[in-house]
Design a binder for this molecule. Structure first.
Ligand code: PNS
Length: 159
């Protein structure tokens, strides 16, 4: 496959995301990590911060580009000439939401394909929300995020 798009909120990127990016990079020539502008909620990190953190965290993986987009994912995928969208699937609980998104996207564009990749078991329970909660409450997040994200979380949370 030539180009895969890996969309998400990435607020912030964690080791589960990096696990999926690494797997996608082995399958595709070019992986575009696409940070979505969420009109419904403001995150902890700004769009620029999220993009910078992903760039820093994925710098050693070849073939990775990091971009932001607003609007529909189907339009971004078309603009980038994406062959498929990659999503991480951690547990059965993810399935319903992912199924709904994949089929909505396909109904918006019949050529839209979603490929699900599973992170390794050690990263299966990670989510940005849980990592932020643990960091906010002073827990150790060393195993969950790269050093650059840990430092950014510390600075953001004043810890
Ligand atoms: O990491 P997330 O928050 O689960 O990612 C969700 C995301 C960003 C992939 C999804 O909300 C999205 O595609 N947003 C772009 C807007 C869009 O196309 N919405 C309709 C698709 S269901």
């Amino acid at each position: 496959m030539r180009t895969a798009i890996y969309p998400g909120s990435f607020d912030p990127i964690h080791n589960g995301h990096l696990d999926v990016i690494g797997r996608a990079a082995k399958l595709c020539e070019r992986v575009v990590v696409a940070v979505a502008v969420n009109h419904a909620k403001t995150g902890l990190f700004s769009m620029e911060e999220r993009v910078d953190l992903i760039r820093a965290a994925s710098a050693r993986i070849p073939g990775i580009e990091v971009k932001s987009f607003s609007g529909l994912l189907v339009d971004f995928v078309r603009e980038e000439k994406g062959d498929a969208v990659i999503r991480g699937l951690r547990a059965v609980s993810d399935f319903e939401y992912e199924f709904q998104m994949a089929l909505m996207n396909r109904s918006l564009d019949e050529n839209f394909e979603t490929i699900f990749l599973m992170p390794s078991q050690k990263n299966i329970y990670l989510s940005s929300r849980i990592v932020k909660e643990v960091a906010t409450l002073g827990g150790d997040i060393d195993r969950f995020v790269p050093e650059v994200v840990k430092a950014a979380l510390r600075a953001k949370l004043g810890r």
